[in-house]
Design a binder for this molecule. Structure first.
Ligand SMILES: Cc1cc2nc3c(=O)[nH]c(=O)nc-3n(C[C@H](O)[C@H](O)[C@H](O)COP(=O)(O)OP(=O)(O)OC[C@H]3O[C@@H](n4cnc5c(N)ncnc54)[C@H](O)[C@@H]3O)c2cc1C
Length: 388
């Protein structure tokens, strides 16, 4: 699948339509009964949904073909993320869960035994994993702020330290934990830590979204040598690669939510009246709608450009940072305007906007805060690496 100038290929158009129809027909009706703070569709209903996703050919679409998945391109994943987030629980997307939980991408590089023990059981829905990079000393600059230490003793490694804000660690039964085995960037190693290992514990951290991440504690946790993922000292490379690949669909998810909100605001402006005329007749509202649409389109093109370049196999770090930065910030501004257009109703839990607003706020911090992406972009420009 590819991106053909300003027009999506027929395949991508078809994929977009399939996902749009699936969300409208299968996911949105299930959300009607969910309470305001729900984080997931109930297990039984989710299993039925997953069966339907399998039949629709939408299941485990990002899993490489080698592992029995569809191995879709980043562009295709971007289109899916854009469509699949357009519903109430969309920002932390159970719909994508419906399309199949995939192992963390980094795991595909594991040893044969790791693939058997973690990749296949995750694909079969029997296991799930988390990724633990951030520590109390910081997440923006992991090369410096990872202090969790792993010391080698004969055929084991002993982990001591702490992680914070780790999504899914309360329910997952293993995780990829980045720990320090030496100095600097070459001193970080990825370990697979399993639930039940002595000295490993967690607690939830209440945050702005209903789905709470965890704090993790490692107190002399003994990890066997065979649980080292990749090579000792190469963990930071894996982190970087994973983060860059993730940023593009991450941006697309935010675009999807903002698109869904703006559509509703346009409908509402055409029916709601104040001071004897429709909101749609008032210039203040027209400008909010116009600005939002332009920002949405700009975000979409930046994201498509990043996906296109990444699929060519080129280094798309600059484009991924631009897309992540712009899409997350634009989506936040758009949601704020949509709430303003809806007035008091926009702030009720009956409508999805306040939830989307809270969840979108995280997106400017997660996957690298906006300031870090601005730093990366300006660094390339100021050094001449990137020419205008
Ligand atoms: C809900 C949630 C889920 C998360 N899930 C995960 C997860 O699953 N796994 C995981 O490892 N992490 C996860 N995180 C952590 C997230 O990735 C970090 O919060 C993020 O990387 C920022 O790190 P920090 O919070 O330590 O902020 P810090 O690194 O302390 O930075 C604080 C602030 O300083 C500013 N700043 C930083 N660097 C610069 C700079 N160079 N120039 C100017 N300003 C700067 C930014 O405004 C930044 O927000 C999650 C966080 C949240 C809130």
């Amino acid at each position: 699948m590819n991106f053909d100038g300003f027009v999506l290929s027929d395949e991508l158009k078809m994929l977009r339509k399939m996902v749009k129809d699936f969300i409208r027909d299968e996911v949105i009706p299930l959300e009607e009964d969910l309470d305001f703070e729900a984080t997931h569709i109930q297990k039984e209903k989710l299993s039925q949904l997953q069966e339907k996703a399998k039949r629709a050919g939408l299941y485990q679409y990002s899993v490489p073909r080698k592992f029995g998945g569809q191995g879709l391109s980043i562009f295709a994943r971007t289109i899916i993320a854009e469509e699949a987030s357009q519903h109430k629980l969309g920002a932390y997307n159970p719909a994508l869960g419906a399309f199949g939980e995939s192992p963390p991408d980094i795991l595909y590089n594991g040893s044969k035994r790791q693939i058997e023990r973690f990749v296949y059981p995750t694909l079969e829905g029997k296991r799930s994993g988390f990724i633990a990079i951030t520590e109390p000393s910081g997440g923006s600059d992991p090369a410096r702020s990872i202090h969790t230490r792993a010391e080698k003793t004969r055929n084991k490694w002993v982990l001591n330290g702490q992680k914070v804000f780790i999504t899914g660690a309360d329910t997952a039964d293993y995780g990829i934990v980045f720990a320090r085995t030496g100095e600097g960037r070459q001193g970080i190693t990825a370990f697979i830590v399993e639930k039940g290992m002595k000295g490993f514990s967690h607690q939830l951290i209440p945050v702005i979204r209903s789905w709470y991440p965890c704090e993790l504690f490692f107190d002399h946790v003994e990890v066997p040598e065979e649980n080292i993922l990749g090579e000792v000292g190469h963990g930071f490379e894996y982190v970087q690669k994973w983060l860059i690949g993730n940023r593009i669909p991450y941006a697309a998810g935010c675009i999807g939510i903002a698109t869904a909100a703006l559509k509703k605001a346009i409908e509402y402006a055409n029916i709601r009246e104040t001071f004897g005329s429709k909101l749609a007749d008032k210039q203040a509202i027209q400008w909010m709608i116009a600005d939002s649409e332009i920002e949405l389109r700009a975000a979409r093109w930046l994201t498509y450009e990043a996906a296109w370049k990444a699929d060519l196999g080129e280094n798309a770090r600059y484009e991924a940072s631009s897309a992540k930065l712009y899409a997350t910030e634009a989506a936040g501004r758009i949601m704020d305007r949509v709430i303003q257009i809806y007035g008091g109703m926009g702030l009720t839990k009956e409508l999805p906007f306040e939830r989307w607003f809270r969840e979108l706020r995280i997106k400017r911090v997660g996957e690298g805060p906006s300031e870090v992406h601005r730093m990366l972009i300006s660094r390339d420009l100021l050094s001449g690496k990137r020419k205008l």
